[in-house]
Design a protein around this ligand. Structure first.
Ligand SMILES: *Cc1c(COP(=O)(O)O)cnc(C)c1O
Length: 393
């Protein structure tokens, strides 16, 4: 078999060799506890401080506004549950969108069971939040707006600036799940009026199990884990020093190559979008053509099952993902594809390909050829397709 082609960078990315190299000494050599007073501990402490400074500097934040977490899901859980609790005196209404990651949606459901009210705002057919609906949804008891920066399935980038301005004007906190956007898109938390932002290391060539929550200074938010004084008493537990060093190095690398990577990814993405769109009949590009992450391709192909397509791509060494039925074992299509108005049967035939700057044009051509061939084969076996063709004649 030829070399595998990895096109699932929205699910996770390869840890950069430079990141692994930076982390290694913090397992074996500088393994001290950052809270200790001897120098073995202070070396670890300094490394944590450096990583925090580096990350803060990438987004216009202050060092003490960055709180390390065990990943993106934890940051999302923290932002929502802790704000809900801290601001319950002001109100119990939260606004979010219908296309959030489950880390936000399931946390909202959890809060609903505990007496909070959540409004889920619609998106248009391209997956962009309807700002008018957001304005309409705001009430005197609204305490939080949580809208993702960019969507993990269809890659749409939300009007974050407009949301930030609206929230600030109305005195409502604004949290954004930027797990897909941070280190892929330039972000300035001051300029965009973001109060809280979640990010995750493994989505930008850092290690898994480490992320951070940016919390703007002055925001009342309760501690997430109770225990020691780590993370200024808000997230107890001995720091994941190698992970923190890794995410810091990954951020540094990603930002030093941000524009270069985006340009490369866009060229790969657009080539793939063009070839599939032109060569595979009865397909639909999901997500906005312009307001889109530079690495995201998402197509629905009529008359086929996304799962079968994935399995056959895997046999050709191509790692992709589907927005449909999926990992949970449920047969429900993705909530994101349903929210942009796709009927169930079309949502089921969806494919997400997320590139990295390390992919090549040659790989894109191999993938386009493979998708074209497999979709053709699957349709030959599809009774729905047969009926459709008969009716056409
Ligand atoms: C991956 C992802 C998460 C979860 O991050 P983890 O670090 O895997 O917990 C949350 N939100 C979005 C948009 C994601 O893509």
């Amino acid at each position: 078999m030829e070399q595998p082609i990895y096109l699932d960078n929205a699910a996770t990315t390869k840890t950069a060799p430079e990141v692994v190299e930076a982390m290694l000494p913090y397992f074996t050599e500088h393994y001290g506890n950052p809270s200790s007073i001897y120098s073995l501990g202070s070396a670890a402490k300094e490394a944590v401080t450096r990583a925090r400074e580096r990350i803060a500097a990438t987004m216009g934040a202050k060092t003490n506004e960055i709180y390390f977490t065990g990943g993106g899901s934890e940051a999302d859980n923290w932002a929502l549950t802790a704000t809900a609790e801290a601001y319950a005196g002001k109100g119990k209404h939260i606004i979010t969108s219908k296309i959030e990651h489950h880390a936000v949606l399931h946390t909202c459901e959890y809060l609903e069971k505990r007496g909070y009210e959540v409004t889920y705002i619609d998106v248009d057919e391209n997956g962009i939040l309807k700002l008018e609906d957001l304005k309409q949804a705001i009430r005197p008891d609204t305490i939080l707006i949580s809208v993702m920066f960019a969507n993990n399935e269809i890659g749409t980038i939300q009007p974050v600036r407009e949301i930030g301005e609206l929230a600030r004007e109305r005195g409502i906190l604004f949290h954004t799940d930027a797990v897909q956007a941070y280190a892929h898109v330039p972000i300035d938390v001051e300029e965009l009026k973001i109060d809280m932002l979640s990010a995750s290391g493994h989505k930008f060539n850092g290690p898994k199990g480490i992320g951070f929550l940016y919390i703007r200074k002055g925001i009342k938010i309760r501690s997430f884990l109770h225990g020691g004084q780590q993370e200024r008493g808000r997230r107890a537990g001995t720091e994941n020093v190698p992970g923190i060093v890794g995410i810091g190095r990954a951020a540094e690398l990603a930002f030093s190559r941000l524009e270069e990577n985006r340009t490369k990814e866009k060229a790969l993405r657009d080539h793939l979008i063009k070839r599939l769109g032109e060569e595979v009949p009865y397909c639909r590009l999901n997500g906005d053509a312009k307001m889109r992450l530079s690495n995201n391709v998402n197509y629905s192909f009529r008359f086929i099952e996304g799962e079968s397509l994935l399995i056959m791509l895997d046999m050709k060494g191509i790692c992709a993902s589907s927005g449909s039925a999926c990992t949970s074992g449920s047969l429900d299509p993705s909530h994101v594809l349903l929210a942009i108005g796709l009927p169930h049967e079309i949502a089921h035939g969806s494919l997400r390909l997320t590139v990295s700057a390390e992919n090549t044009m040659e790989e894109m051509d191999r993938v386009a050829n493979a998708v074209k061939e497999i979709v053709g084969k699957l349709r030959e076996m599809s009774p729905l397709y047969e009926d459709f063709i008969k009716k056409q004649k």
